[in-house]
Design a protein around this ligand. Structure first.
Ligand code: C5P
Length: 423
């Protein structure tokens, strides 16, 4: 695998907590967010008071698609996600730009604002990209602080030599965002995905079903299978044993999954029931609601000048409703999908109740995204997660990032980490 490809793998579906401190280079953090989200990394931002003099929370929020955290004293943030949970919500904490002031506070263990409190509380690796005036950089105090931070295992990227905003020349310019991105990818490649689903069995359905009309024709729904395959891969990456029951699609099985290929809804249900027991079921398949009552044994012929015979249809079994039924073999967590073109939220909430599943991932398939002819079949998704606690809108994300977030939420639910879930 090339360095670029392994970097992309390391970044895809990972989570970075980005702390933006003060300095003229703060605007370059916007470019870093763009590069990270483009590589499939989820970015959550913390903006210090000094950083807020150079970039606005709105810019960070627009680019990251996540709320921006600015204060230690926000009651809303404390109830939704305390600063300890925030500090641990990422695979990597990145301080970019890192001013002389924040480096000094980090080195001395101060917790005087949200950023430094998080840095003191975190148990995840930290990378800093310093940027400051050349004399501040060369000052023995700054160099001693950096030596302390390096000795504690913190990674330092840059600064570069160059002309500074203050017209002086020398080291102090923020490293270029692609260089910082490469350093982040290298660190994440060393940080394995948590194996919190080890020993668990997850069942995932994906793709369409094909319901034969005759030996050459079938009824089907539109579905590329991409979202389901990405979810199967994300659950396997966290250590789960994954059975992927798949309708006909043009995809390779996700690494670490066992694929069972099926054609019809009845075959899909039988394969799911045979795969039980499972701790988790995520049913993404676009199952055809109806099948032809009695498929023709040989190809139906066109009769010139005559209308075709009407197709008599029968309702297919509802796999999601069947697996959600209470009973000793019901998975601990059953997640369904709802693709809707109208009234997304009310339809999805009603679907959760009607099917008896725990969560619904709802997406509006009426909105074309990423230039594809419609959201179905595209590479991105914009979903809402509906649980007993309500609906949570996720930003427009690559399907791998949706999968990684969902897998993290599932793992938190299964392992009982209440800070991450509201089932
Ligand atoms: O009823 P609807 O097709 O909109 O429901 C979507 C959800 O139900 C998806 O999770 C889909 O995989 C599941 N489903 C199913 N069996 C069916 C129809 C839908 O498992 N026959």
């Amino acid at each position: 695998m090339s360095a670029a490809a392994s970097g992309a793998v390391a970044l895809d579906g990972r989570r970075v907590l980005l702390i933006v401190s003060g300095g003229i280079a703060a605007y370059k953090s916007l470019e870093l967010i763009r590069l990270l989200t483009g590589a499939g990394t989820g970015v959550r931002c913390v903006l210090t008071d000094a950083g807020g003099q150079f970039v606005t929370p709105l810019s960070l929020q627009a680019l990251s698609g996540e709320p921006v955290h600015t204060t230690l004293w926000s009651l809303t943030d404390e109830s939704e996600m305390g600063h300890i949970a925030l500090s641990r919500s990422a695979d990597l904490v990145v301080v970019c730009p890192a001013s002389a002031d924040i480096l000094a506070r980090m080195a001395h263990g101060l917790a005087s604002d949200l950023a430094t409190t998080l840095l003191l509380a975190t148990d995840t690796p930290v990378l800093v990209a310093p940027a400051m005036n050349v004399r501040m950089w060369q000052h023995p105090a700054t160099q001693a602080n950096l030596a302390t931070l390096r000795a504690r295992g913190i990674t330092v990227v840059g600064p570069d030599d160059g002309v500074m905003a203050c017209n002086e020349f020398g080291p102090g310019r923020l490293a270029e965002p692609p260089v910082i991105l490469a350093a982040i990818a290298a660190l994440l490649a060393r940080e394995p995905v948590p194996q919190d689903l080890a020993g668990r069995h997850a069942l995932v359905t994906a793709g369409p079903t094909h319901e034969p009309i005759d030996p050459v024709r079938y009824l089907a729904n539109r579905s590329s299978g991409r979202q389901g395959y990405a979810i199967a891969g994300a659950l396997a990456a966290r250590g789960a044993r994954v059975t992927l029951v798949s309708g006909p699609v043009n995809l390779d099985p996700s690494p670490g999954t066992t694929r069972i290929a099926v054609e019809t809804a009845q075959e899909m249900l039988a394969a799911c029931e045979a795969a039980m027991p499972a701790d988790i079921a995520v049913l993404t398949a676009a199952v055809a609601d109806w099948r032809v009552d009695v498929p023709a044994a040989s190809k139906l012929k066109k009769q010139p000048g005559r209308s075709p015979a009407p197709l008599a249809l029968t309702l297919n079994p509802d796999i999601l409703a069947t697996l959600s039924r209470p009973g000793p073999s019901r998975p601990k967590l059953v997640v369904g999908f709802a693709a809707e073109t109208d009234d997304l939220l009310s339809n999805a909430v009603a679907k959760r109740a009607a099917k008896g599943c725990d969560w619904i991932v709802a997406n509006d398939v009426g909105q074309p995204l990423d230039g594809s002819p419609g959201i179905m079949g595209g590479t991105h998704n914009e979903v809402q997660l509906i649980t007993a606690a309500g609906a949570e809108a996720w930003p427009h994300l690559d399907k791998h990032e949706v999968a990684a977030r969902l897998a993290a939420r599932i793992a938190a639910f299964i392992t009982g980490d209440r800070s991450e879930t509201h089932a």
